[in-house]
Design a protein around this ligand. Structure first.
Ligand SMILES: [Zn+2]
Length: 125
C-alpha cells in the first residue's frame, strides 16, 4: 500500500501496521493518534479499546466503537498540531447519509509504563 490509511505519506507497513499488529508501541502521541484513526478505517475496535487509558475504558463500549467506525466512510486525517501529550486533528468522513462531516478534536494522551494511551478529547463543533 502506497500511503497509510492515516495519510502520513508512509507505507502502511512502516507506519500504523506494526502498532495495530502489536509488534511495536507508538513512541509519540501523534503516532498513537494516527494508528487509532487507521483502526477506525479498519474497524479494529479491539485496538481502540486497548489503546484507551484504563481509567477511561469504562466509558467506551466496543460495540459502539464498531458501529461508529462502520457507519462512516473515513476519508482522511489531518493532524493540526501535536506537542507533548496533546494532538489536535480533523478526521474527514462521510456519514450514513453520505454527507461530508469533520470530526475536530484536541486529544489528550497519557503514558503508563512508558506506553501511550488515549485519555480524552475536547471536541469542536
Ligand atoms: Zn499511519
Amino acid at each position: 500500500m502506497e500511503n497509510c490509511y492515516c495519510k502520513s505519506g508512509k507505507p502502511f507497513k512502516n507506519c500504523c501496521e506494526p502498532f495495530l499488529n502489536k509488534t511495536a508501541f507508538p513512541e509519540t502521541p501523534e503516532q498513537l493518534m494516527r494508528s487509532r484513526y487507521s483502526a477506525y478505517v479498519l474497524h479494529d475496535a479491539d485496538y481502540l479499546v486497548a489503546t484507551t487509558h484504563i481509567s477511561e475504558q469504562k466509558y467506551y463500549s466496543k460495540a459502539e466503537i464498531l458501529k461508529w467506525s462502520k457507519s462512516n466512510t473515513w476519508l482522511r486525517l489531518e493532524v493540526i498540531e501535536a506537542h507533548e501529550n496533546i494532538v489536535e486533528f480533523k478526521a474527514y468522513y462521510l456519514d450514513e447519509k453520505q454527507q461530508d462531516q469533520v470530526h475536530h478534536e484536541k486529544s489528550t494522551f497519557k503514558q503508563k509504563d512508558k506506553v501511550w494511551y488515549y485519555l480524552d478529547g475536547q471536541f469542536f463543533g
